[in-house]
Every structure is written in structure tokens, then in C-alpha cells.
Design a protein around this ligand. Structure first.
Ligand code: SF4
Length: 298
């Protein structure tokens, strides 16, 4: 397996709660999905939880489907529901939550599609994470584990009171979970099998001030938040220990107050002889400066 773990993975740990992280696409896409991989790292670091990635092209699983306690799906694009249903069907899990009795795992989802509007999917998921999933998902799964002896109904009643969790037909009012960006989310596992091979992705901002009417990346991620410059630089340094491909991620990266300084930092390292390839998730034409062009084109 061509995967470099940037954290200390505990192998053969004693776990009493098994989670499948479902990705509605091939493994290569999962490896390039920052939010999905970050949650995988968070769960993998938990001492009592065993986690496995299940993608649409997964053939053999390490955890037997009968031993899975919970399956959380990443739901980023509308058409993902087709793959989500296919994965459930593949493991003989009923699609509708009302048809899943106690012997079936808890099935839930998070991501932009269900955050924007969970209602079309309320019959299929036991609960839905609304808002930022990076910490909320972990806390919710820990809560599920702590209450694993309870019935599904008892557990869902507990979850319904948790910020950012929507339990269909139980939750009265959902508060979207969101966090400051004091920590930087980055690629925890670098792989040449990723859709972006051997690339270290760093999230530098979340949300966008411009609020273009069609753009959910702006509205869903309000308020606009930036990772501070020092944190970004220290994480670029971390990534460059493992790869020369650095990608900056954010809805409107150029709005970062230190965007030019970040480009300068990388540009100076390139000028000093390092072979660094930098890319950005998107760039507005009005944000392009000579320094940015030079850094991206080297
Ligand atoms: S990220 Fe781009 S499309 Fe979205 S609101 Fe900002 S400027 Fe508009």
C-alpha cells in the first residue's frame, strides 16, 4: 500500500467500537478528500475505535459488516446518493432507517449536500451532521461509543440534543456546528494513489466574503475564517518533509490576509533551489499578482 501516514498509527489496538467511513466514489477520490481523510485520522487516533475506509470500489473489508457499529458517509455532491445507496445495498443494509433494526449499524452522513438541505435524505440516515464535520463527527462517534449499550432510540434521543446533529423527527431546532480554524486541516495520509498523487493539501480558509448567490461554499461556511500565517507555514514545512507538492485549499484563498506572504515563503524556498510544486484550489482573476503567478508557474 503506497500510503505515508503523517501521524503515529496505532496498529492492533484494543477497540470496542467499529466504524466504517463510507466514501461515495473510488478510493483515489477518497484519498484526495481533505475532510474525509482528516476525520479518518481523528478516528484512527482514538484508542478504542477501529475505523476503516469503504469506497465504491472496495472489494474486501477488514472489518466484517456484521461487526460494524456505525457507518458515516461523506456527502459532498448531490449525485453521491447513488453510490451511498449502492454501498448500503452491497452489504445488505436496508436503505431506509425505519427498516434497520437494532442489529444494523447506525448510518449517518455529513457534508455540504446534507448541510445545505438534509430534508430529502431524512428517511435514509439515522442522523445527519450539519455544518463543519472535522471535530463534530469525532465527538458524535465518541458519544455513540460511550452509549453503545443503549438502544438506537435512546442513543438518538441523546444525539438530538447535541449541537450540529439533526435527528429526523426528533430534533426540534438544529444549530450548525462551526469552529475557529486554530488548527490547520491537512492531508494526513499522502499517497500516489490519490487523485492528486503525493500532494499535501492544506486548508487555509473557510467561507468567502463575496457571497455569490450560486455558491454554497460561501454560504455554508459562514462566518469566514482564516488559518493564521504561522500555522500555515509550519504545516507547509511538515508537508515538505514528505512531498514536494503543496496545495492550498479554500473557497477564496486570495482573501487570506497573508496570501502574498504565503506565496513569498514558497517562492523563496524555490529560489533557494528546492523543487516545490504549489497549486491552489481556485483563484479569482482580480487576485492574481506577479508574485502569485511566479510561484504557481515555477
Ligand atoms: S468562493 Fe468564489 S464563487 Fe464562492 S462566493 Fe467566493 S468568490 Fe463567489
Amino acid at each position: 500500500m503506497n500510503e505515508i501516514y503523517l501521524y503515529n498509527r496505532q496498529l492492533n489496538k484494543e477497540s470496542d467500537y467499529n466504524v466504517w467511513m463510507g466514501f461515495p466514489g473510488p478510493k483515489s477520490f477518497a484519498l484526495s478528500s481533505l475532510g474525509f481523510m482528516w476525520l479518518f485520522k481523528s478516528l484512527d487516533e482514538e484508542p478504542n475505535i477501529r475505523v476503516e475506509r469503504i469506497c465504491s470500489d472496495t472489494k474486501i473489508t477488514e472489518i466484517n459488516s456484521k461487526d460494524v457499529n456505525a457507518i458515516c458517509f461523506s456527502f459532498s455532491f448531490d449525485m453521491d446518493f447513488i453510490s451511498i445507496f449502492s454501498i448500503l445495498d452491497k452489504y445488505n443494509i436496508p436503505l431506509k432507517s425505519k427498516d434497520r433494526e437494532e442489529n444494523y449499524p447506525l448510518i449517518f452522513a455529513g457534508g455540504p449536500v446534507v448541510t445545505a438541505n438534509p430534508e430529502p435524505y431524512k428517511d435514509f440516515f439515522d442522523f445527519i451532521i450539519i455544518g463543519d464535520g472535522d471535530k463534530c463527527n469525532l465527538e458524535v462517534i465518541k458519544l455513540c461509543r460511550e452509549n453503545r449499550e443503549k438502544s438506537k432510540k435512546e442513543l438518538l434521543d441523546i444525539l438530538a440534543a447535541y449541537e450540529g446533529v439533526y435527528v429526523p423527527n426528533v430534533t426540534k431546532k438544529v444549530n450548525k456546528c462551526h469552529y475557529d480554524l486554530s488548527e490547520c486541516v491537512y492531508t494526513p495520509i499522502i499517497s500516489e494513489e490519490s487523485f492528486f498523487p503525493n500532494t499535501f493539501i492544506i486548508e487555509v480558509s473557510r467561507g468567502c466574503f463575496n457571497r455569490c448567490g450560486f455558491c454554497v461554499a460561501s454560504y455554508l461556511n459562514l462566518p469566514v475564517r482564516f488559518v493564521d500565517y504561522e500555522t500555515i507555514i509550519s504545516n507547509i514545512d511538515l508537508g515538505l518533509k514528505y512531498t514536494n507538492k503543496i496545495a492550498l485549499l479554500g473557497a477564496l484563498i486570495s482573501a487570506h490576509p497573508r496570501f502574498n506572504d504565503i506565496c513569498s515563503y514558497i517562492y523563496n524556498r524555490i529560489q533557494n533551489g528546492e523543487n516545490i510544486e504549489m497549486s491552489v484550489s481556485s483563484l479569482r482573476a482580480d487576485a492574481i499578482t506577479p508574485k502569485v503567478i511566479k510561484t504557481l508557474s515555477v
